[in-house]
Write a protein that binds this ligand. Structure first.
Ligand code: UDP
Length: 454
């Protein structure tokens, strides 16, 4: 029998490409042919970072489409990127599918689009291809987006997505309250950008409804209340391919695996892992306080310092910091994060609370110190600290800076209180059960696979 051929289209950001790639690998392992569609800009970065011998190259066919921007354009300007994607990519996708379908044996049988790329489902609809949407973040936030029309109609949100009364929203009695300050369109930096992000989310609602399946990188044991209220959302996560399958998952930067050898030399449960994902940027004062805070803890640490995390990286470290480090600290440009978090030496994760980082920390039973920046990270922090109680928030001083003493004190509290460890280990056990044969995520994944193959 011919293998089903699936086209997967992630949003062009690291936190979307990695889980989409994990999905791709899981489907490929289960007998599907996969074509993975990156933007040209990201395709080049992914291919450059992918080791020559990695079997991902055989399992997944990597292709690319232009995003319509010039190489020098700022792709972190999310509105600019979105506008350009909407203008350029739909017709490019049609042409790609027509090219593939030119060969009878290759015909595309199903298209899976990130919810934020739901325009691609309209293309699939027009071309008579099966359609699924993929949500790589907390499902409570997906529910919030899809409920925007009802919330606006009921006078709970105004036309810019702001609550008419500044109070938390509970979409159903089984779901957590969502604070207006945690709405992901309210965490985009400035007000103009926030309005733009809200408008964008409104735009994805209609095409998302075309999806015949809505699969989510979350687990019933993490968001049971939301899954109970929205039975169309199918929990299939956490996907975590590089942990489960040992494959690369589409990093934009080359992973520095040397830090794993350094971790081997550290005592069990001793190391603080510090990483802020792919977007967050520090100002020099915050960067300096973090460095001094890590020094003050007197514990070994592994710190990911992306080349673009702070303006002038060469002058960003406090005087003498690197010399004083000796072997107590290890600094890398980009870590193999999933492998790091599963290393027995890791004790705590200082994280920006991106959804992937959150899932990866929990799946490895690691408690958190939360340092969110924008987007869904503030909501995820509330989940971690108030709802799941597996970490603590780092508070800013009156100037908006997280100070070195705050880092040291909160770290001592997280590591000194067995409750954080117990709760996160309990969650880890439940999550692992959910992805094994017979578990809820495993079952949903199998059902999804049967639908694809049907
Ligand atoms: N990541 C990584 N190495 C690093 C830092 C991050 O491989 O040094 C990966 C991490 O494992 C996660 C992704 O990058 O899968 C970041 O996604 P997340 O949703 O946590 O944050 P975002 O980058 O979207 O802000």
């Amino acid at each position: 029998m011919r293998k089903p051929h699936i086209l997967i289209i992630p949003f062009p950001a690291q936190g979307h490409v990695i889980p989409a790639m994990e999905l791709a690998l899981n489907l490929a392992e289960h007998g599907c042919k996969i074509t993975f569609v990156n933007t040209e800009f990201n395709h080049e970065r992914v291919m450059k970072s992918l080791p020559e011998a990695d079997s991902v190259r055989e399992l997944v066919q990597m292709v690319s489409l232009p995003d319509g921007l010039k190489p020098s354009d700022d792709r972190d300007d999310i509105e600019l990127l979105w506008e350009s994607i909407f203008d350029v990519m739909p017709s490019e996708l049609v042409a790609l599918i027509q090219r593939i379908n030119g060969s009878e044996s290759e015909k595309v049988s199903c298209l899976i689009a990130d919810v934020t790329m739901a325009w691609a489902l309209e293309v699939a609809e027009e071309m008579g291809i099966k359609k699924a949407a993929f949500w790589p973040a907390a499902v409570a936030l997906l529910a919030l987006i899809l409920e925007i029309p009802r919330l606006t109609e009921d006078g709970i949100l105004d036309s810019d997505g702001q609550p008419m009364k500044m109070q938390s929203i509970q979409l159903s009695p089984t779901m957590p309250f969502i604070k207006p300050t945690d709405f992901h369109w309210n965490c985009a930096g400035d007000h103009k950008r926030e309005k733009g992000v809200f408008k964008f989310f409104v735009k994805v609602i209609k095409p998302t409804k075309l999806a015949e399946r809505l699969i989510c990188n979350s687990s019933n044991c993490l968001e049971s209340g939301t899954f109970a209220s929205y039975p169309d959302f199918l929990a299939i996560g956490p996907l975590l391919a590089s942990n489960r399958l040992g494959k690369s998952t589409g990093s934009f930067w080359q992973e520095d695996s040397g830090c794993l050898a350094w971790l081997d030399q550290q005592p069990p449960k001793s190391v603080i892992y510090v990483a802020f994902g792919s977007f967050a940027v520090f100002n020099p004062t915050r960067f300096e306080e973090l460095a001094l805070g890590l020094e003050l803890t007197n514990r070994p640490f592994l710190w990911v310092v992306r080349e673009n995390i702070v303006g002038d990286i060469n002058n960003a470290y406090p005087t003498g910091f690197k010399e004083r480090l000796d072997r107590r600290g290890c600094i890398v440009n980009w870590a193999p994060q999933q492998k790091v978090l599963s290393h027995p030496s890791i004790a705590c994760f200082i994280s920006h609370c991106g959804w992937n980082s959150t899932l990866e920390g929990i799946s490895n039973g690691i408690p958190f110190l939360c340092w969110p920046y924008f987007g869904d990270q503030l909501f995820n922090q509330s989940y971690i600290c108030d709802y799941l109680k597996i970490g603590l928030e780092l508070n800013k001083d009156e100037n908006g800076i997280i100070r070195r003493d705050e880092i040291k004190n909160k770290l001592e509290r997280v590591l000194g209180d067995e409750g954080f460890k117990e709760r996160v280990l309990d969650l880890q056990a439940k999550i692992l059960i959910s992805v094994r044969k017979g578990g809820s995520s495993h079952k949903n994944f199998e059902d999804f696979l049967s639908w694809i193959k049907d």
